[in-house]
Design a protein around this ligand. Structure first.
Ligand code: ATP
Ligand code: MG
Length: 426
């Protein structure tokens, strides 16, 4: 049994906190007092990484007065329901909620000893990087953070008397990611690595465990990453022609009046998500700016239409998977007036991919699922020769298929305009 007493700060009654070791999963106990600058928590899904870090960092803040913890996730919108909620659960569990000042609007949390937690999204870089005096920084779902942003964060947490520490948590989705190079291949100095899987988490219910174990037969590639916590070996990426950068749609439209909207949709239901992807295209200069996405499981067609209407794209031309003519007709009935089927045909996937490969693609950092798919969409390997084929794997392609559909009208128009004029007898 350990006892933590807070000191200093405002004259509130001292918190007498009794935290028994048994509240932790055993695999994490060696990391309670880690002293290294970089601390990596990676592995399978549901392994207890996020919960452990919320508990450990809360204890650190209680033990060390006036400590500032910055929690970063790629989108600010995703913070409230994930990592912020995780902290609130931990405060309840430790029975300290009444001693804290919690701002529901800014999500700032103040401890009686002057320690604080601030939550920021990687999507507002200016705000994020303007925060000073940070002692501890937790980058949650670090896989979604660009290397650029990570480099900036590293620079910001330099100097100061007390030792500054980073905590990064993530699933090792692709071995091609900067996280692998940074902490595993040519590791920085002063790193601690903690690897866990669902087997290390005794708090999971049977249903969750079953859903993880089922992946073994249904989707071995995902099983390796999400159940075993192994680095995803997704092979050769289909798209290398993209980067994550912030931009404003209104400014792009102002600067370049050749920009056109491209909206594509792919259908899913229970096991696959329904998706929508929106970009601005400058066909002549082969520039493509992806700025919005929908990625959601379990939507009926009326719900899917409602989402698209709420996102503001009811009036746009939406090019959708032609295999689902009935869904397309239904969605039209639900208000997506200009939805149309993509022309499919022999070789349409490869032709479509080759067309997308011709563009310089800029992805807005908010489009986290698109980034994930672009990172992982890969060519299949020939089992006999071990060589890559030119066929993409049927995985990580829900938004990418939608993107391909959305560009189809441009591709077909374009082919006409670039045909040599003598073909037309001119
Ligand atoms: N020490 C704990 N006490 C109580 N519940 C826990 C504990 N550790 C984990 N859990 C529960 O187990 C589930 C999975 O844990 P958690 O979300 O921390 O896993 P994770 O490794 O962050 O998963 P992912 O990789 O999917 O983000 C959550 O519902 C969490 O509340
Ligand atoms: Mg987590």
């Amino acid at each position: 049994m350990r006892k933590f007493n807070t000191e200093g700060g405002r004259p509130l009654p001292a918190i007498n906190l009794n935290v028994d070791k048994t509240v932790f999963n055993r695999a994490y106990l060696p990391y309670l007092n880690t002293r290294t600058r970089y601390n990596i928590f990676y592995g399978g899904a549901g392994s207890g990484k996020s919960r452990f870090l919320a508990m450990k960092l809360t204890l650190d803040l209680l033990k060390r007065p006036k400590t500032k913890l910055l929690v970063v996730r790629q989108t600010f919108a995703s913070i409230r329901d994930s990592v912020y909620a995780e902290f609130l659960d931990v405060f309840d569990m430790f029975q300290i909620t009444d001693h804290l000042i919690i701002s529901k609007s800014t999500l700032n949390i103040e401890f009686p000893n002057g320690s604080t937690i601030i939550f920021k999204g990687g999507d507002d870089e200016t705000k994020l990087l303007s925060i000073s005096g940070v002692d501890l920084c937790w980058v949650e779902e670090a896989f979604q953070i660009s290397y650029d942003l990570w480099s900036q964060l590293k620079l910001r947490l330099r100097g100061g008397g007390q030792k500054k520490q980073f905590f990064l948590s993530f699933n090792p989705i692709s071995a091609l990611h900067w996280l692998k190079k940074e902490f595993f291949d040519n590791p920085l100095d002063d790193v601690t690595i903690c690897h866990t899987t669902y087997k290390d988490n005794r708090f999971l219910d049977d249903e969750y465990i079953r859903s993880i174990e089922e992946m073994e037969t249904r989707d071995p590639v995902k099983y390796a990453v999400y159940a075993l916590g192994k680095w995803g070996v997704m092979g050769r990426k289909v798209f290398e022609n993209w980067a994550v950068e912030s931009f404003k749609v209104s400014e792009l439209m102002k600067e370049n009046n050749a920009m056109e909207m491209a909206v594509g949709m792919d259908f899913g239901y229970v096991s696959d998500p329904s998706t929508l992807i929106c970009s601005l295209v400058d066909v002549a200069n082969r520039k493509l700016y992806i700025f919005d996405e929908l990625y959601e499981h379990g939507l009926l067609n009326n719900e899917l239409a409602r989402r698209v209407i709420d996102m503001g794209y009811a009036k746009e031309r939406i090019v959708a998977d032609s295999a689902e003519r009935k869904s397309i007709d239904e969605l039209r009935g639900y208000g997506l007036r200009k939805i149309q089927p993509a022309a499919k045909g022999a070789g349409s996937i490869l032709t479509g991919i080759q067309y997308v490969q011709q563009f310089d693609i800029i992805v807005h950092p908010d489009c986290e699922h698109t980034i994930n798919e672009l990172e992982n969409y890969s060519y299949k390997k020939d089992k006999q020769t071990g060589k890559y084929t030119n066929q993409p794997s049927d995985n990580f392609n829900h938004l990418i298929d939608a993107l391909r559909y959305s560009l189809e009208p441009f591709r077909t128009n374009n082919r006409l305009t670039t045909l040599p004029s003598n073909l037309f007898g001119i």
